[in-house]
Design a protein around this ligand. Sequence first.
Ligand SMILES: NC(=O)c1ccc[n+]([C@@H]2O[C@H](COP(=O)([O-])OP(=O)(O)OC[C@H]3O[C@@H](n4cnc5c(N)ncnc54)[C@H](OP(=O)(O)O)[C@@H]3O)[C@@H](O)[C@H]2O)c1
Length: 304
Amino acid sequence: MSLPLYNYNDSDKADPEVTEYRGLPTHYTLPSGAQIPSVALGVWQAQKGEVGAAVKTALDAGYRHIDGAWAYRNEKEVGDALKESGVKREDVWLTSKLWNTFHAPEDVEPALDESLKKFRPLAVPKNGTPANYDKDLTENPYPTWQKLEEMVEKGKVKNIGISNFNIRRIQNLTANPLKVQPAVNQVEINFWFPQVELLEFSKKTGLLLEAYSPLGSTQRVKDSLNVPEVTQMTPAQVLISWHVQRGTITLPKSVTPSRVIENIHLKKLPDATFDKIEAAARAHKPERGLNPSKAWGLDWDIFE
Ligand SMILES: NC(=O)c1ccc[n+]([C@@H]2O[C@H](COP(=O)([O-])OP(=O)(O)OC[C@H]3O[C@@H](n4cnc5c(N)ncnc54)[C@H](OP(=O)(O)O)[C@@H]3O)[C@@H](O)[C@H]2O)c1
């Protein structure tokens, strides 16, 4: 993969010379040696008919990382937009996710094939009944992971990561003789739920975190942008810069062209500003914004 182009100056155009956003890294290096862009366009809840345009705006603005998933039901439009953009496929880091109801080893490859093809129209995925959510595989996902390792060996995917893993689950997985270490762990991280313990653990163990819902998601984005410590640049740029400055990848979602562009114009925050936001984020009780366990009818917490 060649290095993506990035916005760096305050223009709306990608600048081929850029390797950092005014003091913040545009990429992190994974244990595999791959370079993963530090900011992605998130496309969860980006509707059909709008997600393609958002992807094109993002690619034009210099994003080279799209955070998708089978369950977002828009992979086909994302795939089409990628093709139509003229940006080379190998220059874009595309993330998909194996949905919870496909963790049985025999379900892994068909689910991956479906994502790979589409990025083609989906039979609308069922979220599954509680019985499809395998508690044992959620707790100890080694059998699923072995199948994913096979997908890497076959060349169907380049890197494999985990999502919504707490420290115990990471330890459960990595206690096994893994052939491929998890590249990243994608979890909710935002001002309201700064994941201080997980961030410290991840820095120690070298497992890169990806911050999803970095602006607090649709429900809390307004509250996030009104945090008093967030005063420089636009509030969204301050928060997204704060995430990268904490050493995580960050996945802001927007389908509003001006915001898509705004969200990749980052800058290292002065230490005092960074410390103030960090202290304020740690000063309240951590509040996770997203936990679908009840909505999925589970009598156990899928994140605990
Ligand atoms: N692995 C997982 O379980 C998981 C779970 C949740 C999310 N994710 C990933 O993380 C991504 C981001 O999370 P999210 O969508 O929950 O939340 P988010 O990015 O924190 O917030 C998205 C909301 O913020 C608004 N917004 C974006 N930029 C803005 C700006 N500059 N100024 C004002 N408002 C702005 C968006 O509105 P408009 O779009 O209308 O502009 C949307 O309402 C998802 O899209 C997905 O890729 C992963």
